[in-house]
Structures are given as C-alpha cells and as structure tokens.
Write a protein that binds this ligand. Structure first.
Ligand SMILES: Cc1cc2nc3c(=O)[nH]c(=O)nc-3n(C[C@H](O)[C@H](O)[C@H](O)COP(=O)(O)OP(=O)(O)OC[C@H]3O[C@@H](n4cnc5c(N)ncnc54)[C@H](O)[C@@H]3O)c2cc1C
Ligand SMILES: Cc1cc2nc3c(=O)[nH]c(=O)nc-3n(C[C@H](O)[C@H](O)[C@H](O)COP(=O)(O)O)c2cc1C
Ligand code: SF4
Ligand code: SF4
Ligand code: FES
Length: 1015
C-alpha cells in the first residue's frame, strides 16, 4: 500500500464545483507534479463537505487543516508554505463568521464539531468515483454480512431495533415498511429509491448521491435481498446531472466488482439497479406519482391504500425509500440497531441531515442527532444570524412544513415535537428567517410554488390552493380584509382534509402556521397596510421611510442635503417630527438596518444626516421655521409628561390650533431626554432649543407640577376636553439582593436624574454597574466623567446580547469601561456603606422564550469585586399612583392597556402612549405614539368616532432633485468625527459625536440610492 505524507481533500460537491473547485484541483495537480510531490501528497476529490457557502474548500490531513474560499492563485502558496515548509497559510484558513476568528483544524470548527455523521460518514472524505475508497471505509461489508450471515428477518429486526424512520418526509418506520414488502406475496418485487428531492432549497439527497453513491447502492441491494426483489430503480431528477453521473459510474463499478448483477459475492442472490430520470415535478416525489412516472405514465398520484409495499411498480410489491433512509442502512447492519438507537429521542432515533439555509451565518449541509434543539442548530452549528439581526422564525419542512417562531428554540428536533408546533421535520429543509422576513410574503411564496406544482387531479388542491394564493396576493398588496384571514384558515383546513395526496394535504401548512404565530403581522398588512419587514413593496415608497417609526420622507431630505438645500431638508423632516436634533442623536435608527445601500456596502447614515440638518438651522437660521396653526380651536388638551411622546403630541395638537398644556413633574421638560440620556450624547442646548420651538407654537409647559401630588387627576379631567397620559416609566426595578439598601447603592435612572439635574453624587473610585441596556452604559460612562477610576459593567448574558446601542458599547470600551459578561450579583457587601459586590458566574443554559440562551448560575463560582458604588440599571416601570385605581385597564406589566391603533384607553377622552404603554422603549417609538394620540384626540374633539383610519405614507410637496443615474461605486459610510477620548472624561460632559461638516454631509447624502424613485 502506498503511504502518503499528506492527504489533500478538495471538495467536488455541486456548490464547490460552481465556485471553481475543479480548477483548484487542476492547478494543485500541476503544482504537485512540478514540485515532485506526487509521491508524498495524495490528492483526492470528494463529495460535499457541508460548508457549501465558503467553497471551494480543502482539508489537508493528517492534521485536518481547513482552507476556505480558495482561488487557483492560492495553490502555489499553500504548496510552498504548508506542504513543503509545514506552515499552514493563515490568511486562507477557515474564519468563524460572527467573530472572524481563524480556526485551523476541521474538528475545532463549531459547524463541524457538533455534528454526528452517519449518513454523511463518507461525504467529503472519500472520492465518490472510486469504489476502492468506499470499500476501504467498510463499504459493502454490510452487504457481505447480510448475504453470508443474516436471514431477511434478521435484517428487518435490526432496522426495527434501530428505530429508523423514513427520511423522505413522512417518517414511517422503515423496519415495518420492509417487513410489509417482504411479507407481500409475489415472485416479482421492486426496490425503489426516491431521489426526486423537489423541495425548494433542499439538497440533502443530491449531496449523498454525489458524495457517497455506493452507500445507496449497497443499501438497495440489501433491501432487494431482504424483501425478495431482483430489480431496483433510483428515481432522480434531471436537474441533478452530477448525481446521475456519479451514480451511473458507481453502478458500473459495483457491477464490475460483482457487487451488483448475478450471484453477488458468489451467492445465489442477484440484483440489478437502474436509474430513472424524472423531469423535476414536485409531485413526482410523492411515491405513487413517482411509480407512475417510472412506468412511463404521467406523474400523478393515486389514492392509497393499496400502498406500494402491496401494489406498487407495475402493480408489484415495491419497497420505496428515500436516499437518506437508505444511506443509514449499511452502518445499522454493521454496528447493530442498538448502536443507531443510542442517538435521538423516544420516537425519533438516530441522526438527521438538514440543509441549513436563509439568514444564518453558516449555511450548508449538516447532520445532527435527533433531539438536538432548534436553538443549538441555529446558534451553535449555524453560528447565529448575520449582521446582528434578530432571529424571527425557522421554516421547517419546505412547502409542506411550517414556521416555528423563536420562542420555541428549545424544542427538540424530533418528529413529534416539531409536528406539535404545526411544522414537520420533513425531508430536512431548514430555512432560518430573520427580522427582514415578511411572514405573509413567505406564505405567499410557498403557496405560489404549490399552485405551480399541483398536478390538478383533484379539485380541492387545484382550485383551493389557487384561491388561497389570490387571497395572499391581495393581502400583500394591502387589499385584504379580516374576513380573508378566516377564509384562508377555512380553505386551508378543508384542503388538508379533502386533497388526494400529500401535496394538497399539506399545502396549507405554511399559511396556517404563519397565521397561528404571526397573526398580528397579517393584521398589520390588512388594517394598517404596513409591512414592517419591508418586503411587500406595494405597501411602501422606500424601505427607510417604511422602517422609520415617524415615517419621515427620508429619501427626500437626504436628496436635499445632497444638493446643499439644508433648510428644505429640515422642513421635510419637520413634517414628521418637531425634534430633529434629538432624533438625529439618539434615535435607534431602524431605518438604517433596512437601508438598501447596506446591501452594497454600508447603510446611508440617515440619523446623522438628520442631525446635520437640525444643527445647521441652529447655527445659521435659528427659530425661522415656526409653523402657524391651521386654525384656532377653543378645546383644551392636557398632556401629562413632557417626554418625547408628550412633546410630539403637544406639537401636533398645537398645529391643529388646540390649547395645549403639558404637566411635568420635574423642574425641566424633556422626560428621559433631559433626565436620563446624558449631555455628552444629547446636549441640553439642543433639547432646550427644540422644546423652546414647541413652546413658540403656543404650548404651555407647567414644570414642577406632578399630577396626583401638585394637581389632582380629577381636576385635570374636569378642566380639559381631552387628556394624553405620557408619563413614561420612571421607577427603577430593584435587583432584589441583600445589601441593596446600603449607602452607595444608587439605581441607574435615579443616578442619571441627579447628575443631569446638576446634583453632586459621590461615587468614589470604583463603580459596578449592573445591566446591559442604554441606562447601564449611560451610567457607566457618566461615572467615568464624575471621576471614577474603575467602572465595571456586570451583565448576565454575552456582549452580542446586550440591548444597548452597539455604538454606545463601543465608545464605552474606548473610554475604559470594563465589562464582565456572564455574571450576576448575588449580594452587596458592606457594613453601612458599600464595600464590594459579590457576583456569581453564569453559563448559558437552554433557550428561553426570548430566543436567547437563559443564563444560569454556576454553583460555587462566586467572586467578589471591591467597589465604592453599585449602580443597578436593570429596567424601569410606570408609576401609576396618580390615577384612580380601577378606572383604567392595567396590563400585568403595570402599563396602560389601550387600543393599539388609536391609543384610546376607553375612558372618555383619555389616551395614553409612550413608555407608559409599551414599557421602557425608544425615543422615536414614543414620538410615534405622540403622533397617533394627537390624531385621534383631534378626531375625538371633532366629535368623530375614535376608530383607526389608514393613512398612506407621507410624501413631501417640496420639490426634490431627481436621482442621478451614475454608476454606484462602493464606498463606506462617512465616519462621524468624535471627540478624542483624552478630552471626553471631564465634568463638562462635552458631546462625543461632533457632527458632519457640510462636505461630509453632502457626500454621505449622495450615497443614497433613491429607492423612492427606483421601486
Ligand atoms: C438612560 C436612558 C437612556 C436612553 N437612551 C435611549 C436612546 O439612546 N435612544 C432611544 O431611542 N431611547 C433611549 N432611551 C429610552 C427613551 O428615553 C424612552 O423610551 C423615552 O424617553 C420614553 O418617552 P416617554 O415620553 O414615553 O416618557 P419619558 O421620556 O419617560 O417622559 C415622561 C415624563 O413624564 C413625567 N411624569 C411622570 N409622572 C408624572 C406625573 N404624575 N405628573 C407629571 N409628570 C409626570 C416624567 O417626569 C417625565 O418627564 C433611554 C432611556 C434611558 C433611561
Ligand atoms: C408532494 C410530495 C413530494 C414528495 N417528495 C419526496 C421526495 O422528493 N423525496 C422523498 O424521498 N420523498 C418524497 N415524498 C414522500 C414519498 O411520498 C414517500 O413517503 C417517501 O419516498 C418514502 O420513503 P421513506 O419512508 O424513506 O421516507 C413526497 C411526498 C409528497 C406528498
Ligand atoms: S392533492 Fe394536488 S397534487 Fe395531489 S393529486 Fe390532488 S391535485 Fe394532484
Ligand atoms: S438608499 Fe436611500 S432611499 Fe434607499 S433605503 Fe437607504 S436612505 Fe432610503
Ligand atoms: S459542495 Fe463543497 S462544501 Fe458543499
């Protein structure tokens, strides 16, 4: 036997071939020849390794060094550095997608290390075109064992013990199916392999056929022996030419080796195998349709029973199994059914191959033990969601399957658990969906597929699915009604019950499961004509405006800035918000995460451009834009709370001419804008300017007037015609650990309130902040500015899971804030005053309802940090003391319950919004509530019914420049100039972000793609 120093495996699976692995192979062959290395280095082309998105890939053994995304020009370097000098080429090694960390060895890569490969045992390891390589890895040993040592009943018993269920989608117990086929009377029987694989996006079966064709041939031969068949057919779709080529080659080789044909391995048993190529209709994967197709008839299903095991191909008993089901058989025979049954759950044994696709860092082919949780697949193997986006759901089972929302990530992947959630394991398609997926559109996509693929034989499927598609199309155009939703459910259930075959019986699953879990999203399309994901393009003008909570006409103001028309730009912004300088600084900018420019390089800096326009006015033309009320109204409106919700409502109502009075408990208006967010992020001058602007509209703000203390709620009710409650969430949530009452413990918002109010707060040298949100990061950075030498944020989860703005976390790190992740406080230590904090380390346990791994304390891992001050900054709740008990509906979270669309509380003339309704949320979310409240307060005061009324997106009437048709050149977002860290940490709380110059702003604005004109 030849011995080689290195074995070089180059993937020649379908995806890697498309990305150029053949030329890598050729160049490598040539290079090895030129360097006289052919005796030392063995070059092998393999089937799919699994990580198809980073191809061409190559593994070099004995160490298992893994290279990705290779180009032919990389080959000489690898040969020189690695093969000759023994130094793997770092720049070409695998990199974890989320961290960009290099990982040298195949077995250390998370994507591979957590998999268990039974079906894919040879894929990516052997050359699928060489039978010797299959034999060298115990290939055809199982067949030999069966033919020489086992009776057919022993084979069936072994499969029954293994618990293997059909992997084609139905999950029928394989051992029982084989027993039926064996017991069916008849001299002529057939064995069929279903390799039709019609699910969009699925490629499990293709990969097995391309990477390890002999495993299926061996299994089918065993099946022939077991049921008494002499002939088998592999039905494979014409779109799989490589699979057909490798399979044909493998069948030829097996015949040459006496492993197929007459008297196999010298026994009396004879078996032949042929390939039948299907034209690629989804319905031909259904077993009865498939058998018709092999017979040369039209591929249409027929009713069952009789099942194929009794009356199948040419009316003879036929065993039909899926590719993956067969690929499991040889190792089960060799190792025993018990060996296989050691993986999995009670009713779902062994492993399952999945094609992992969609919004996930590592896409590709994986094989996992049954019972693994969905969360482990998505995060531990799949590497999580790209670009820091949120996971929304997992689509399992393709067009026959359903969507499982992220709340169920801890669900074990097995037939029963997945079915309970309204989906199916199916043949193994797993599509990960992030926040940018519209569930209505997804259901529409699958229904469209079904309508195309329905064979038309039975009416429920032919007509019913078409009707369902029409309704879904209507909803995605914003023309649906709530009755349509009921009709969808009714039709779906009817079709499931009455369709002839599995295609129709499961066709409604994607629709029914999305309605079950995402009904609100359907209702948003129907009632509000909004698609939050930004997918249904008939419902919006541009993705950025669609994502903006204030629905600002972003493309117009950005275009105006690009032309140097800053005043006009600000006017466009002011059409939707009176607080542009504030939004431009602290908005969480969901518009940018949907900005189409982000797909090319980076999103347009929509937020910073808004800030630029606002600052330009303050600098150049202050107070020149004060609008005049439409008309004079006599009605009086009281607003309780002067945060972003209250201020926005006040502005809108003043514009309508109402007399508006804002009651504010604190000495200055602004809510959390003033008392929460520190000056270095939002300077007082900006806040004061924008509030003054609102006052100039005639709004009266009564500070130091706490409703319930300085003035009774009843009094306001008597005196005003309508009320908007916008009191926010001011009360700190406690840590509930011993020592929380010690001197030196000050809760986040209380701490910030004092500092923002100019009070002296003694914090000493070292401070621990507990929490992961904006309040925690603001507290930590504020503590540094007050002179603390060491500030540590303790957070119970991981950095990526912190809810605080990512940029704020980055700046905090730059300024010297330290972070301890996966830790939580258990006790605050000290006699009278804080001396230290005792924490416990956490580890991430099972996934919780939020779709994140739940942190659980590690027993005995306690540690102590000596500190002078502890700032718990967990969250806040609303103070409801000022309203009479029982008058309002209050949720279990202690917030006002209102009609979601109008913010009406149901109490005559009283509306509520902002954090007091949503719980701690965002500035622009609260401002949106301000707009909604003002709109429906006006309706109420006009004597109209307070009922939701659709409003189309607003487009400015200011003439906006036409987009240029210049070619797009990749260029990143303009960097925001910031104050050097050395100048930041003084007590003056100088603003960190310095704002764009005119040149930077114009250049950045010109990056916009003007999606409003290109839709
Ligand atoms: C430290 C911190 C940082 C934050 N950073 C950001 C950020 O960067 N971006 C972002 O989008 N969001 C941020 N948020 C969240 C955001 O500030 C809030 O979601 C938003 O301010 C809520 O607006 P609101 O109008 O509902 O309430 P608030 O802003 O809380 O205003 C409510 C006002 O009502 C007054 N009030 C309460 N009770 C009474 C009463 N009985 N009588 C009279 N007045 C009363 C309060 O004094 C307060 O002024 C942050 C929050 C905090 C705490
Ligand atoms: C519309 C439809 C399409 C199907 N497509 C496939 C397929 O592509 N591959 C497959 O193995 N089974 C498919 N099936 C399931 C087959 O009908 C059959 O159950 C399966 O081939 C049996 O093999 P198993 O027991 O090994 O799963 C499909 C079923 C339906 C209703
Ligand atoms: S359910 Fe659909 S695919 Fe199946 S037989 Fe009826 S029409 Fe054809
Ligand atoms: S490119 Fe321009 S118009 Fe398009 S989403 Fe981004 S900001 Fe909006
Ligand atoms: S085709 Fe190469 S890794 Fe899948």
């Amino acid at each position: 036997m030849e011995l080689f120093r290195l074995q070089v495996l180059i993937c020649a699976g379908g995806a890697c071939i498309s990305s150029g692995s053949k030329s890598i192979f050729q160049v490598m062959e040539e290079e090895l020849r030129n360097r006289n290395l052919t005796d030392e280095v063995k070059l092998i082309q393999t089937g799919c390794v699994g990580s198809c998105d980073i191809g061409p890939v190559m593994i070099v053994y004995p160490e298992g060094i893994f290279y990705q995304k290779l180009k032919p020009e990389d080959v000489p370097l690898i040969v020189e550095e690695h093969f000759i000098k023994g130094r793997p080429v770092k720049s070409l090694l695998y990199k974890e997608k989320s961290t960009q960390k290099e990982v040298e060895k195949y077995r250390d890569i998370d994507f591979f290390s957590r998999q268990v490969k039974v079906v894919l045992r040879n894929s990516g390891i052997i050359d699928p075109e060489k039978i010797e390589e299959y034999i060298a890895r115990d290939g055809y040993q199982a067949l030999a064992k069966v033919l020489t040592e086992m009776k057919p009943e022993d084979v069936i018993e072994s499969i029954k013990i293994s618990g293997l269920r059909g992997r084609g989608g139905g999950g029928f117990p394989t051992g029982i199916k084989w027993e039926f086929a064996r017991k069916s009377p008849g001299d002529i029987k057939y064995v069929v392999c279903n390799a039709d694989e019609g699910d969009p996006g699925a490629f499990m079966d293709r990969s097995v056929l391309e990477g390890d064709p002999h495993s299926v041939i061996e299994a089918m031969t065993i099946a022939g022996y077991t049921i008494g068949a002499k002939q088998g057919y592999i039905y494979v779709r014409a779109e799989y030419p490589l699979a057909i080529e490798r399979l044909s080659h493998a069948i030829k080789q097996a015949r040459e080796y006496g492993l197929l044909g007459d008297n196999i391995l010298g026994t009396d048993f004879s078996f032949n195998l042929d390939i039948r190529v299907g034209a690629g209709a989804f319905v031909c994967g259904e077993e009865t349709a498939l058998l018709h197709s092999i017979e040369g008839k039209r591929g249409m299903p027929r009713p069952r029973p009789p099942y194929p095991a009794v009356q199948g191909l040419f009316d003879k008993p036929t065993l039909i199994n899926n590719v993956e089901t067969y690929a499991n058989i040889p190792p089960i025979i060799l190792n025993g059914g018990e060996w296989y049954a050691k993986w999995g759950t009670e009713n779902s044994k062994g492993t399952k191959v999945f094609a992992l696709a969609g919004a996930i860092n590592n896409t590709g082919l994986i094989e996992v033990p049954m019972g693994i949780s969905l969360g482990e697949i998505v995060y531990d193997i799949g590497g999580g969601i790209p670009k820091g986006k949120e996971l929304k759901a997992i689509q399992a089972g393709g067009p026959s399957g359903g969507c499982i929302p992220k709340e169920y990530l801890s669900t074990p992947v097995d037939y029963d658990s997945i079915k309970k959630l309204g989906a199916i394991v199916g043949s193994g398609g797993l599509i990960v969906l992030d926040e940018d997926t519209c569930m209505v559109d997804l259901a529409r996509f699958f229904m469209d597929f079904i309508v195309e693929e329905s064979c038309g034989k039975c009416t429920p499927c032919r007509v019913g699915t078409r009707k369902m598609l029409q309704i879904l199309n209507k909803i995605t155009r914003g023309e649906g009604t709530l009755e349509d939703l009921d009709l969808l459910i009714k039709l779906g259930e009817q079709i499931s019950k009455t369709a002839l075959c599995g295609l129709g019986q499961t066709a409604a699953n994607p629709v029914l499961s999305t309605i079950r879990y995402f009904r609100e999203e359907y209702e948003k399309h129907i009632l509000e004509k909004r698609c939050e994901a930004g997918v249904c393009s008939s419902l919006y003008i541009s993705p950025c405006q669609n994502a903006c909570p204030l629905e600002i006409d972003v493309p117009s103001y950005v275009a105006l800035i690009g032309e140097g028309r800053f005043k006009d730009a600000l006017s466009v912004i002011r059409e939707r918000t009176p607080l542009p300088g504030i939004c431009g600084r602290v908005c969480h900018h969901p518009c940018q995460s949907k900005c189409r420019r982000g797909q090319t390089d980076e999103p347009v800096a929509i937020k910073w451009l808004k800030r630029f326009a606002a600052d330009w006015e303050i600098k150049n033309q202050p107070y020149t834009h004060i609008p005049v009320p439409v008309k004079d109204r006599i009605e009086k409106v009281a607003i309780i709370g002067s945060g972003p919700a209250g201020l926005t409502a006040a502005y809108d109502l003043a514009l309508e001419g109402f007399k508006v009075t804002v009651f504010e408990a604190m000495p200055k208006p602004g809510g959390m804008l003033k008392w929460g967010i520190p000056d270095y992020r939002l300077p007082s001058e900006i806040l004061d300017y924008e509030i003054r602007y609102i006052e100039k509209m005639g709004v009266e703000i009564k500070c130091n007037t706490k409703v319930g203390k300085d003035i009774a709620f009843e009094e306001i009710k008597k005196e005003y015609d309508a009320i908007f409650i916008a009191v926010g969430a001011q009360k700190s949530i406690k840590l509930n650990v011993p020592g929380e009452n010690l001197e030196g413990v000050i809760h986040g918002v209380d701490f910030l309130r004092k500092v923002n109010g100019g009070e002296e707060v003694a914090i000493g040298n070292s401070v621990a902040v507990i929490g992961g949100g904006n309040a925690a990061i603001d507290s930590a950075r504020t503590a540094l500015r007050l002179g603390a030498k060491e500030v540590t944020v303790v957070y119970r989860r991981l950095k990526e899971q912190m809810p605080a703005d990512k940029e704020e976390i980055r700046q905090a790190e730059k300024e010297g804030v330290k972070f301890i992740f996966l830790a939580a406080p258990v006790k605050i230590l000290g006699k009278n005053k804080v001396e230290a904090i005792e924490c416990v380390k956490m580890e991430l346990g099972p996934f919780d309802k939020s779709g994140r791994k739940k942190p659980v304390p590690i027993e005995g891992s306690n540690f102590v940090i000596p500190v002078d001050t502890v700032i718990p900054a967990l969250s806040q709740k609303t103070d409801l003391d000022f309203v009479p008990e029982d008058e309002f509906k209050i949720s279990k979270w202690g917030t006002f319950e209102v009609d979601r669309l109008t913010l009406y509380t149901g109490v005559d003339g009283i509306f509520a919004g902002g954090d007091a309704v949503t719980g701690p949320s965002t500035v622009t979310g609260s401002m949106r509530h301000g707009h909604i409240a003002a709109k429906y307060i006006k309706k109420y005061l006009d004597g109209e019914e307070v009922r939701f009324e659709y409003e189309p997106f607003h487009k400015t009437e200011i003439p906006v420049p036409e987009p240029s048709d210049e070619e797009i050149i990749e260029q990143p977002q303009r960097v925001m100039p910031t104050l050097p860290v050395s100048q930041r940490l003084g007590r003056d709380f100088a603003e960190v972000e310095l704002g764009y110059s005119v040149e930077l702003a114009m250049a950045e604005a010109q990056r916009c793609l003007r999606c409003d004109r290109t839709e």
